[in-house]
Design a protein around this ligand. Structure first.
Ligand SMILES: Cc1cc2nc3c(=O)[nH]c(=O)nc-3n(C[C@H](O)[C@H](O)[C@H](O)COP(=O)(O)OP(=O)(O)OC[C@H]3O[C@@H](n4cnc5c(N)ncnc54)[C@H](O)[C@@H]3O)c2cc1C
Length: 383
């Protein structure tokens, strides 16, 4: 069985049967993560020499897409976890502590969450108010985090913060906070339109730990090479999975209609052909950007992430277009399925997919991204 076939088997057996309850009850997808852990998939991006599967970003993108055809929340949690793993793999394996942690992650299948968003700063990932304080080889860190997905279920949280109390807001560090060394005091719940199973409640985080848990490079480097392109790459991949699921449901509906009137195509068949062209464009954007990112990573082209804004702009374009196309595709699929898609109790139901779809533009607000892109458009070099 190929890895992707294994992922689909987990999707059918352990994810799809619980997707409705996960969404309805806004609960963590326990069954999905038990199965993903058993398959050692939480460490699939860890290089082989550290015990993982050494998947590439291309392979990982396909796994995220496949998972999302069964449950958007499961795929989102999986993708967010892999972003944190990638931050460690790309930037921290030069340090003994993180090499040991990578091995531990493989053995124990730790789940990693992220706290970048901060009260008073919102979604501006490259600015922090809170600061890590280091003394005698130990750190303390407090952060008011309005959104930490699966914060309660995670084994560790990677937290952005200022490098020191006297550092500027953009002079940031990235700190691995272990659950056992951290107190999470609830600030807000997570009763949202979509991605309900991500359980992205707000917390006041207070943590302590060894200074070696601070990633050994500035967060600016991590952001440019990993956090920014990796996040938008795996998010867009899972959005593609949600869109694919919607079109598959629409196809099932049109086929059922066609069977009722042999020899005559139902009018919705044309709409199905049309929505598939949009899905095609969405897929092309995801695959092209992921392929470019893969090449930059394998060529070890550090400069490509900092010197020219061309790649960063294409990543921003991927985020904005795929989050918009997702809503477009699911809405069109809903129109095709009609009341059958609108109902919550039908096999063609698209309510969860549509509600999830609207979250995509908000995960780092598209206006914020377009604002950054507008500046890069002016200062970028051609090529
Ligand atoms: C499903 C889901 C899961 C998430 N999980 C996590 C998580 O695990 N960890 C985490 O840290 N965060 C997480 N987030 C938070 C997310 O990534 C965003 O950073 C956060 O939602 C931004 O919140 P906001 O919309 O209130 O703030 P803002 O991004 O500040 O946006 C608020 C409004 O201000 C406007 N705005 C603000 N600044 C600008 C600007 N410079 N240019 C243009 N417009 C601007 C926006 O357009 C928008 O209308 C999650 C979000 C979602 C939807």
């Amino acid at each position: 069985m190929t890895l992707l076939e294994q992922v689909h088997a987990i999707g059918r057996d352990a994810i799809a049967p619980h997707a409705h309850a996960v969404d309805r009850d806004a609960r963590f997808p326990v069954e999905a993560f038990t199965a993903l852990r058993e398959a050692k998939l939480l460490s699939c991006y860890v290089p082989v020499e550290h015990g993982g599967m050494g998947l590439s970003i291309v392979d990982l993108s396909r796994v995220c897409e496949a998972l999302a055809t069964y449950c958007g929340s499961t795929a989102m949690i999986f993708a967010m976890h892999q972003i944190q793993v990638a931050c460690i793999v790309h930037h921290a394996l030069s340090a003994d502590y993180f090499r040991r942690y990578a091995v531990e992650l493989v053995e124990r299948q730790h789940l990693l969450a992220s706290a970048t968003t901060e009260l008073g700063i919102g979604g501006d990932v490259r600015t922090s108010r809170c600061a890590v304080i280091v003394q005698d080889g130990r750190f303390t860190l407090e952060k008011q985090a309005p959104v930490i997905s699966y914060g309660e279920a995670a084994d560790a949280i990677l937290v952005t913060c200022r490098r020191a109390p006297d550092a500027a807001p953009g002079d940031q560090a990235h700190v691995l906070v272990k659950k056992e060394d951290c107190t999470l005091t609830p600030l807000s719940g997570w009763d949202t339109l979509g991605f309900r199973g991500t359980c992205s409640s707000g917390f006041a985080l207070a943590a302590t730990g060894a200074a070696e848990q601070i990633l050994p490079v500035p967060y600016a480097d991590i952001h440019g090479k990993t956090m920014h392109p990796f996040s938008h790459g795996v998010w867009a991949s899972l959005w593609l999975g949600i869109a694919t699921d919607a079109v598959t449901r629409a196809r099932g509906f049109v086929r059922a209609e066609a069977r009722k009137t042999p020899g005559t195509l139902p009018p919705s068949a044309l709409r199905l052909a049309e929505v598939d062209t949009i899905l095609f464009s969405m897929r092309a954007g995801v695959q092209q950007t992921i392929a470019e990112y893969h090449t930059l990573l394998t060529d070890n082209e550090e400069g490509a992430f900092t010197s020219n804004y061309g790649f960063a702009l294409r990543v921003n374009n991927l985020k904005v277009t795929s989050s918009q196309l997702l809503v477009d595709v699911v809405s069109r699929a809903m129109l095709i399925c009609g009341i059958s898609g609108y109902r919550n109790d039908s096999k063609h139901s698209l309510g969860r997919q549509l509600r999830d779809a609207y979250g995509a533009a908000l995960m780092v607000n598209n206006d914020r991204i377009l604002g950054q892109s507008s500046v890069m458009q002016i200062v970028r070099r051609e090529g």
